[in-house]
Design a binder for this molecule. Structure first.
Ligand SMILES: C=CC1=C(C)c2cc3[nH]c(cc4nc(cc5[nH]c(cc1n2)c(C)c5CCC(=O)O)C(CCC(=O)O)=C4C)c(C)c3C=C
Ligand SMILES: [Fe+2]
Ligand SMILES: [Fe+2]
Length: 351
């Protein structure tokens, strides 16, 4: 018997109902997270993440011995300690997992009247994006919108999430139709939600912020030289936000955080930039992180703990971390706006 285009090792047989209705589904996807903060769990997570050739482009012949040797014997302990500082003890999971689930539940409520199912998964760790897509198929979805929750494009985030969705479909005999959400760096709905979050933070502060630093996850400069247009997308977000708030490069500067390894990453680096501010007479600041749709290790610990301590140690007096859009009404409005736009033609006609 010949199995056209279906690898004989396809791991899970598809249920007969999968993809046989006109139902539409949405799969929300974010980066990933370890299952717990132990050395073993963090090591498994980092090993999967840092073995992704979209993330580390060096040849595996060169990189894998370094990863499996020095990196995975030292980094899991340090990262596990950082995760423990921010861990959601009520649900025993990382904040990124909690918030992604909350976003999916809230979006599901909004989309239910249109008959759209919503699932969520991670690019690395569990539940995986593959689990999310399989759950949508189980629910009879024949059309799926994959929504990587990254406002700015990068091959290291958006593309690898989409790769994972495509790879999942490669194993299916009956494939659903698949759409992917394009990046949305200066979408008016995104910028309006960010501007509202800044105004809300300012309204709660005792005194006006002297600066609001927009800090994005960094990227190796070599990837940008090879064509990744991530920094241009970050500039688009910040420029649009400046215009929405009547601010400029001085009052709303752009910086990059989360450098990993010895190579040159995008500059200026967030931590030294912020630690230098008190010496310039800037002692009351806020930090916004518009590259993240959900609070996570990089916002809550790196900015909320490490950078805050550096700023205070250097003489800073007031440090406000503006929350990500998370499951705020503005954040869910944005997800619904983006989803409905991308689902044009796939939703039942109103009335
Ligand atoms: C070469 C390494 C890395 C690249 C390139 C990279 C790009 C990148 N990452 C995000 C978003 C997130 N990264 C997060 C954690 C994280 N990132 C790296 C490395 C690279 N990221 C590491 C090693 C880690 C793990 C944490 C640590 O050990 O310090 C997270 C947080 C996950 C969580 O559970 O909270 C996010 C989100 C973007 C947007 C990006 C490219 C622009
Ligand atoms: Fe990262
Ligand atoms: Fe970090």
């Amino acid at each position: 018997m010949v199995f056209d285009h279906v690898p004989p090792h396809a791991p899970h047989p598809q249920p007969h109902t999968a993809g046989t209705t006109e139902r539409t589904g949405i799969a929300l996807v974010n980066l990933g997270t370890p299952d717990d903060t132990s050395y073993g769990a963090v090591r498994r997570y980092l090993s999967e993440f840092l073995s992704d050739r979209r993330v580390i482009e060096a040849s595996p012949l060169f990189w894998q011995p370094i990863l499996q040797g020095v990196v995975l014997s030292t980094r899991p302990a340090a990262s596990g300690k950082a995760y423990r500082r921010i861990w959601n003890r009520t649900h025993d999971e990382s904040p990124l997992r909690t918030i992604t689930r909350q976003q999916a539940e809230a979006l599901a409520e909004r989309m239910a009247p249109s008959g759209v199912a919503v699932a969520w998964g991670m690019r690395y760790g569990s539940p995986s994006l593959e689990d999310a897509i399989r759950s949508l198929l189980q629910q009879g979805c024949s059309r799926i919108l994959c929504m990587p929750l990254y406002p700015q494009y990068s091959a290291t985030t958006t593309a690898t999430a989409n790769d994972h969705a495509f790879r999942t479909l490669m194993r299916l005999r009956n494939q659903p139709a698949l759409r992917t959400l394009p990046p949305f760096p200066d979408d008016p709905a995104f910028i309006a939600a960010l501007a509202d979050s800044v105004r809300a933070a300012q309204a709660q502060a005792e005194q006006p912020f002297q600066k609001i630093v927009a800090s994005f996850h960094g990227l190796p400069q070599a990837y940008v030289q090879k064509g990744d247009h991530y920094p241009a997308d970050c500039q688009r977000t910040v420029q649009a936000l400046r215009e929405a708030l009547g601010m400029d490069e001085t009052t709303l500067p752009l910086t990059y955080q989360s450098r990993f390894g010895p190579a040159k990453w995008l500059e200026p680096y967030t931590a030294p930039f912020i630690e230098a501010l008190p010496a310039q007479g800037i002692t009351r600041i806020a930090v916004i992180t518009p590259g993240f749709m959900a609070d996570c290790l990089e916002t809550l610990d790196e900015i909320g703990n490490e950078v805050r301590e550096g700023f205070e140690h250097a003489g800073g007096e007031s440090f406000t971390l503006i929350p990500c859009l998370n499951n705020s009404p503005g954040g869910i409005d944005l997800l619904e706006t983006l989803a409905r736009r991308e689902l044009a033609g796939w939703l039942p006609e109103p009335g």
